[in-house]
Design a binder for this molecule. Structure first.
Ligand SMILES: C[S@@+](CC[C@H](N)C(=O)[O-])C[C@H]1O[C@@H](n2cnc3c(N)ncnc32)[C@H](O)[C@@H]1O
Length: 276
């Protein structure tokens, strides 16, 4: 507790503002958690009332920049290298490899949407590199959080980037180096990922990054209400080429949202496919 009380009314208006701008939904049980996080940031920014902080965020010309700083505090950036690796390997082997081998007029494109600190797109890049495909596939990765993106671009992680329960593939150490406690991603892998800042609620930004053969959007829709998740899925579907594939986290499903995409199994992974 940071000493800035949050009334139910202020929780309601701040929660609504956050959901409107980031999509992240906070239910009544999250009030204390949200209150602590916002109060921490509000005090840092020089406020002594959460209502004043709300007015600033909502109406002040500088409120947008402050909202970006608040977003850095709010987002849950939980991620690690080779997370749900079987899914990523199936994607590379059964979707990207055939596309690259078909040798079309352009390189296949993959987008890791909501990539947090970059472990996901780097894991994809390493799977591609292992098959000699790194430079044949264009990898775009994005997140909302500028702080996470800075860490992603640096590509140097603490020991928690490799979790003990995760199977580290044999090829990993060709692309990772240990530097004391740090795990450093090789320059070749780092350079292969094009990081951008994109809010998944922002249709204009999504409309500008072009079309993809594969979009990976894992472990972020869980923070959204169904109506928001549906809107995001529709926008991501719009950014897929015909026959393109969308991948969500292993514990997530799009079926209850009524997506236009068809659920298919590829090498043990479920992908959602756009009509050809
Ligand atoms: C739990 S991490 C998932 C990281 C990675 N995809 C994985 O599965 O390991 C969720 C990420 O979603 C991002 N996020 C949350 N809301 C977002 C939004 N509206 N637009 C873009 N990214 C968002 C957060 O910044 C955070 O980095």
């Amino acid at each position: 507790m940071n000493g800035l009380p949050m009334s139910p009314q202020v929780f309601a208006i701040l929660g609504a503002l956050i959901e409107e701008k980031l999509g992240i939904h906070y239910g009544p049980l999250d009030k204390d958690l949200l209150g602590d996080k916002i109060a921490m940031r509000a005090v840092e920014a020089g406020f002594d009332s959460l209502l004043d902080y709300y007015y600033y965020l909502r109406y002040d010309p500088a409120g947008e920049a402050e909202f970006d700083a608040l977003a850095d505090v709010l987002v849950v950036g939980e991620t690690y290298l080779f997370r749900e690796l079987d899914q990523l390997e199936a994607l590379v082997r059964d979707v990207l490899l055939p596309l690259a081998e078909a040798g079309g007029p352009r390189r296949p494109r993959i987008w890791s949407a909501a990539c947090a600190t970059g472990e996901e797109p780097y894991s994809i890049a390493m799977c591609l590199a292992d098959r000699g495909l790194l430079h044949q596939v264009e990898i775009v990765a994005s997140d909302l959080s500028t702080r996470s993106l800075a860490a992603a671009r640096a590509g140097a992680y603490g020991p928690r980037a490799l979790r003990s329960q995760v199977k580290v593939p044999p090829f990993a150490w060709r692309f990772l180096q240990k530097n004391g406690e740090r795990i450093v991603v090789s320059e070749e892998i780092r350079k292969a990922v094009d990081f951008r800042r994109i809010n998944l609620l922002d249709g204009d930004s999504i409309g500008k990054i072009g079309f993809f053969d594969v979009i990976v959007c894992r472990n972020v829709l869980i923070y959204f209400q169904d109506s928001t998740a549906r809107r995001v899925i529709d926008m991501l579907t719009g950014a897929l080429f015909p026959s393109g594939a969308l991948l969500v986290g292993v514990s997530e499903s799009l079926l209850r949202l009524g997506t236009a995409l068809r659920c298919e199994e590829r090498g043990g992974a479920f992908v959602y496919r756009k009509a050809g």
